[in-house]
Design a binder for this molecule. Sequence first.
Ligand SMILES: Nc1nc(=O)c2c([nH]1)NC[C@@H]1CN(c3ccc(C(=O)N[C@@H](CCC(=O)O)C(=O)O)cc3)C=[N+]21
Length: 307
Amino acid sequence: MSTLESPQRSPARRIDGKACAERVLAEVAEGVRQLASEGVTPGLAVVLVGEDPASQVYVRNKVRQAHTVGIRSLEHRFDADLSQAELLALIDRLNRDPEVSGILVQLPLPAHIDEQAVIQAIVPAKDVDGFHCENAGALWQGLPALIPCTPMGCMRLLHETCGDLTGKHAVVVGRSNIVGKPMAALLLQANCTVTLVHSRSRDAAAICRQADIMVAAVGRPGMIDATWLKPGAVVIDVGINRIEETHDGEHRTRLVGDVDHASAERLVAALTPVPGGVGPMTIACLMHNTLIAARTLHRRAASLAMA
Ligand SMILES: Nc1nc(=O)c2c([nH]1)NC[C@@H]1CN(c3ccc(C(=O)N[C@@H](CCC(=O)O)C(=O)O)cc3)C=[N+]21
């Protein structure tokens, strides 16, 4: 490669999400052991409606990880024709079940079910996704809250990569309630200057080129290439896109992020891979949230018993 084509930069550091997730899971396992000594076992209820094959894989992974850290997990699977009323009745039961510390309803739900109605029906104390508006509001106000797992995982990766984030310009691409918005709140709390870029932004690439920290969460395979990035930036790729490919006459699906890694790699300081980046962190943080929820519910019950 000639020096004319690319600046003299060593290739980007690959941020190892799998290794970081293992560290988070080890901490959670320790926390679960401590709680067990007080007679409490955290329980995670995972609700899956319909047959989406990708969702099946995630749910299986979540259940497996839960068991490895000592969390009891209860799977509730239904056909896609489950009614909203039936789902809300289940949520109501799980809300009141003392064995259940966390409730995760796998999204997306079938079109006939109102996702917001279901999310807001979960008691905030068991909302381990952090999607309930009470948790979302508490996060923006800096109050104790259950924090969405993917943004929490991204923050952990950023802190391990950069240390203190104070004063850095962080650009989040994507404004979903699940990733973009809570990500912006967490970066703000970490003293970054935060910009949210989205599909209606003017000069999106030019704004992104100012980012010391770039978080890509748009769901468009390879959209963010080197022309969107500042040399030396730290890049978190949240995208998990399954693309169909024909390779040597063989048809298969491949997992790619929102960042064009071949192009970005030569320019940036550090980059999360897909797979093996944010994905494993999301699951590890779900276990963290389940532990936190179990501990909070237990403390609350104990102090009520004292009163
Ligand atoms: N209520 C709810 N909460 C969620 O957190 C939630 C959801 N619904 N719906 C679907 C998305 C997606 N999601 C992933 C988690 C881990 C990986 C993951 O571990 N990915 C592996 C690869 C897995 C593979 O090969 O497919 C990786 O990136 O290394 C991926 C995707 C959680 N989601």
